[in-house]
Design a protein around this ligand. Sequence first.
Ligand code: TYD
Length: 135
Amino acid sequence: KNNESTVIEVNVLGDERGLLTVIEENLTIPFEIKRIFYIHGTRKDVRRGFHGHYKTRQALIAVAGSCKVYLDNLERKQEVILDSPQKVLLLEPNDWHEMYDFSPDCVLLVLASHYYDPEDYIRDYELFTEVYSSC
Ligand code: TYD
C-alpha cells in the first residue's frame, strides 16, 4: 500500500457521434465532490502546485492535452503522465504534488472533496514531512 499512486482508467462511451466519459461521486471516485476547478492556458515552463493538504482529496484529469504530475507521499516519489481523458489520478491529502510540462492545449480538471480553504494547504515541504512522517 502507498507504493504507487492510484490512476483509474474510466470507460469512454462512444458511438458515431463522438465520445462521452462519466465520473460519479462515490462510484468512480471515492469521495463527494464539493469543488471543481480547471487549470488551463499554462505555459510550458511553468511548474505549479508544490503543496499537500490536511483534508482535501482530489481527482485530476487532463480532459484535453497532457501534463505531468510529480507525487511524493514520503514513501514513494513518482511521476505520472496524464495524457488521456480516460486517466483519473487520485491524490490523497498526503500526496505532495507538482504539475508541469503542460501542453499548450492542456485543460487539467480537478475534482476536490472540500471547498477552497487556504488553511488546508501545506505549502512548506519541511512542515509537510513533519505532519506526515509519523503516519
Ligand atoms: P494555487 O493554489 O496557487 O494553484 P496551484 O496549486 O496550481 O499552484 O492557486 C492559484 C490562485 O487561485 C490562488 O490565489 C488561490 C486561488 N484558488 C481559489 O481561490 N480557489 C480554488 O479552489 C483554488 C484551487 C485556487
